[in-house]
Structure formats: C-alpha cells, structure tokens
Ligand binder design. Sequence first.
Ligand code: A2P
Length: 272
Amino acid sequence: MTDAVLLEKPAVSAAWHDQPILWTRRWTDRLFSFVIERPESFRFRSGEFVMIGLPSEQPGGKPTLRAYSIASPAWADELEFFSIQVPDGPLTSRLGLLDAGDRVLLGKKPTGTLVLDALTGGARLYLIATGTGLAPWLSVLRDPETWERFDEVIVTHTVREAKDLAYRQFLTVDIYDDPLVGDLARDRLLYYPTVTREPFVRTGRITERIDSGALFEDLNITGGFDPSVDRVMLCGSNAMIRDVRARLEKAGLIEGSNAAPAQFVLERAFVG
Ligand code: A2P
C-alpha cells in the first residue's frame, strides 16, 4: 500500500450507511419530516434512535451527526424522522433543505431506552412528548407488541402553537387504517394534544395538567399515576423531562432501563 492510499480518506466511512431520501414533508417553517430507504441489514427495536448526518462541507472533515428517534416501526421498509430546523443548527439547517434523491448518512447502531423491553408489566401506557419528542411514539404505536402488552395507550403532545401538532391527522384518523395495528388501536388509543402559547381546545403544559388533575379528569382516570397499572415513556425537552420525572417519582414510579426494566423511561429529543 502506498502512502497516497493510506492518506486517502473515503468521503463516507464504512461506519455509516449512505441512504437516499425518498420523500420529505414540511409541517411548518421549523418542522419537517424526511424518509429514507432502510438498508436491508438495518435492524432496530421500535422506539430506538440512531445517528443521522451529512458529510462535512470541508474536504476531509468529519461528518456532522445528531441522534434522531426513528419514527417508523421496527418492521417498516422505510425509516422516517421528524426534525426541527434550527436556522443556525449545524445539521438541521442543512437537512431541512434536502429533498427526495439527496443522501444522508445513517448510523449502524440504533439504540435507546424508549422501548417496551425497558418497561415491566403494566396495563396503561402513557407516551408523553413535547415538540419533536413525538417521533418515537409514532414508532411504538405502530408496533403490534404495544397493543399486546397494554390495554390502553395515551399519547400526549405539547407544543407552542396548534400548527406545531404534526402527525395530528395520523394520530386521529390514519392510524386506524394501518393494516397491522388499526383495529388494535381502535377504542384503546387516546391522543391528547395540548398547546401552550395560543388558544386551543386544551391549553397548558402537560405538567400543569397533571398538577391540576385535568389530564386525569379528561381521560376519566381517578387517582393520578398508579405504579401498579401505569407505565410511562417521556421524550422532549430537558425541562419537560425533568419536571414530569419528578412527578412520576413522587407518585412512586421507578425509572427503568434496558438492563433494569421498571415503570418509566425517558430520553431527550435532540436538536441542533
Ligand atoms: P411553553 O410554551 O410554556 O414553554 P419547545 O418548543 O421550547 O421545545 O417547547 C415545546 C413545548 O414544551 C412547549 O409547549 C413548552 O411550553 C413545553 N415545555 C417547555 N418546558 C416545559 C416543562 N418544563 N414542562 C412541561 N412542558 C414544557
């Protein structure tokens, strides 16, 4: 091997798949989704995240990468991602400009704690999100195992303005046409959107609605969170996770992990 070969770095390392975008969808000026082809060898559990990136704009530079929850279920042929677009974000400002046919880097090691394996028993599953933290719920909800494990699934999505309620049509209508889980979800899925910065049918942070009891009243549940029945997954801003976690722990729920499954699990939604 010559020095020239040794020094030559491939533009895309073997650590990454290099996948074409199949389609994109723009929800607002700050929110978009994109879907890539799933490599045949790529396996993951519903709810996991993976690194997504773009090659460096500098010759020989390192790719720019961020962790993204996979919004598709484990059985899907395509991989969907739901992203915020931060104007000066090193990755999202570029990703948001891409279209079908453009390529992105996909990590080879999906991982994460927002998986059914990290939860014990339970009968009712709360999936609590702010912003793009909704993404893993779109995966978990379309996994038939979720419906085998839980009698009832409650998806809460808190955003600043109603227009930020991406996937609302899917969560209220289209999911019931899903060939795998549509029938299972009927009468057992509760979608609970709340909006914090403009009038809406349901306003306020999810923490406020937990504290006032409005969440439980609306759902016809007496007595708040119950460790013997309820399992909870949290995904979204650090502040929301910190505040809801405190309330779950106060109610006696214990945080779980892949190594030690328990009653609730959490993950930040990644931005930038
Ligand atoms: P708010 O508008 O009152 O800040 P962001 O767009 O900043 O990621 O926020 C998404 C949603 O999360 C907003 O509706 C925001 O409410 C809400 N939020 C922010 N911090 C918390 C928190 N500590 N607990 C619950 N919800 C929160």
